[in-house]
Write a protein that binds this ligand. Structure first.
Ligand code: MLT
Length: 392
């Protein structure tokens, strides 16, 4: 039997062009991996084993590979606390940005401002600094954009995400303890998703030109802001709500199934299902469904999301072209935030960004300072084939 040569294995055919680089190995990811069936692993640990730890423990794990809670970990937590405050000048700049834009645009601008003024142009230092400052940065952006008043003084001693919850002036919050718990889990689940998700890839590509950490992360957040990537959680909640509102009997799974089928047959879209890599239910979604069932079993939106989890794949499987009919993390994350009292979908993607910065920043440190024996990866420069007007 003839084995394909190395060259033949990697020869690119025409059908493989313009497919979003799906599946092409381009480098190493030291933080996480995504198995099509088993889902997300941070290093070698499945996400289900990490989701209920403290966010600081998981950030430390992604940074050092250790889950030990000795003096090094304590020192890491002190570093996070000491570096967490935003200077009044940065806060003032953020609070003079235009309020009519989407909050993700504010996040992008805020990162550039922070980096321009306080960036050290050293990837590892900036990595820790930006991770430490993100809770106050994002709380300031949300409070300002939403008109929820001045951001309370930071209390980093409360804990990384506890402090974020304390600084968010969410109006009429009924379940504040559960909200904090949901925020912590949401935060941990969204740190990283392999090396090739769009925001991580863009952040690393921009850093490969030796742009600093903050500019690279600002570019990554532009990538995250698109509705096919991070903003999908906002659209997925709208979808769950619209199904919820169309169904007459909220206890009837058959009716949910019928509404989804009718929607698809009328050319409507289904949000929160499918994924570029996954071919089974997203393991992050599995964690969040369990939390939703535990914390908010009677919430009618949660019930709709659970019926969608069960019946969405049944309907989607009727279309043989759909490769993955199963729910991804967005199918439940927005519903859970909403059930916890945070019914403000416009801010869901900045919550995603607050988290994803952790994985991207760490991946940038690897590519810039550790890869190829410390030399770092070269500037990203793929080849595009010329196509003339005539052949388009
Ligand atoms: C993510 O978390 O980045 C998304 O699931 C998208 C992806 O992995 O490509």
């Amino acid at each position: 039997m003839m084995h394909p040569t190395h060259k033949q294995l990697f020869e690119i055919t025409e059908e493989q062009l313009e497919t979003g680089l799906r599946g092409y190995p381009v480098g190493y990811c030291v933080t996480s991996t995504v198995d099509p069936i088993k889902g997300l692993f941070y290093l070698e640990k499945p996400i289900s084993e990490l989701a209920h730890l403290r966010p600081e423990e998981v950030i430390y794990f992604l940074t050092t590979g250790s889950l030990e809670k000795g003096s090094d970990f304590d020192n890491f937590c002190v570093q996070l606390m000491q570096r967490s405050s935003l200077s009044p000048r940065i806060r003032d700049y953020i609070c003079s940005l235009p309020r009519e834009v989407h909050p993700m645009k504010l996040l992008v601008m805020a990162l550039e401002i922070l980096g321009g003024i306080e960036g050290e142009n050293r990837y590892p230092e900036d990595c820790l600094n930006v991770i430490a400052k993100m809770p106050e940065l994002v709380a300031t952006i949300i409070n300002y954009h939403a008109g929820w008043g001045e951001t309370p003084h930071s209390k980093p001693e409360l804990g990384y995400m506890e402090n974020f919850a304390h600084m968010l002036n969410v109006p009429k919050l009924k379940h504040s303890e559960k909200f904090t718990e949901v925020l912590k889990i949401f935060n941990i689940l969204h740190y990283d998703h392999g090396g090739g998700n769009l925001s991580a890839f863009v952040g690393k590509a921009v850093a490969s030109g030796l742009e600093d950490m903050y500019g690279s992360l600002a570019a990554a957040m532009c990538a995250l802001a698109g509705p096919r990537h991070g903003r999908a959680n906002q659209d997925a909640l709208d979808f769950v709500k619209s199904i919820h509102d169309q169904v007459r009997d909220q206890e009837d799974a058959d009716e949910v199934e019928q509404v989804v089928r009718d929607r698809l047959s009328h050319g409507g879209l289904v949000f929160g299902f499918g994924h570029a890599v996954l071919r089974a239910e997203d393991s992050r979604a599995t964690v969040l469904y369990d939390v939703a069932k535990k914390f908010f079993p009677k919430n009618s939106l949660v019930k709709t999301a659970l019926f969608l989890r069960e019946r969405g794949p049944v309907v989607l499987k009727e279309n043989p072209k759909i490769q993955n009919p199963y729910p991804n993390v967005d199918a439940i994350s927005g519903t859970l935030l909403c059930a916890a009292g945070f019914d403000f979908p416009e801010y869901f993607t900045v919550l995603f960004g607050l988290s994803r910065i952790v994985g991207i920043a760490r991946q940038i440190v690897y590519e810039r300072c550790e890869a190829r024996g410390g030399k770092g990866t070269p500037i990203v420069r793929p080849k595009y084939l010329f196509k003339s007007n005539r052949s388009r």
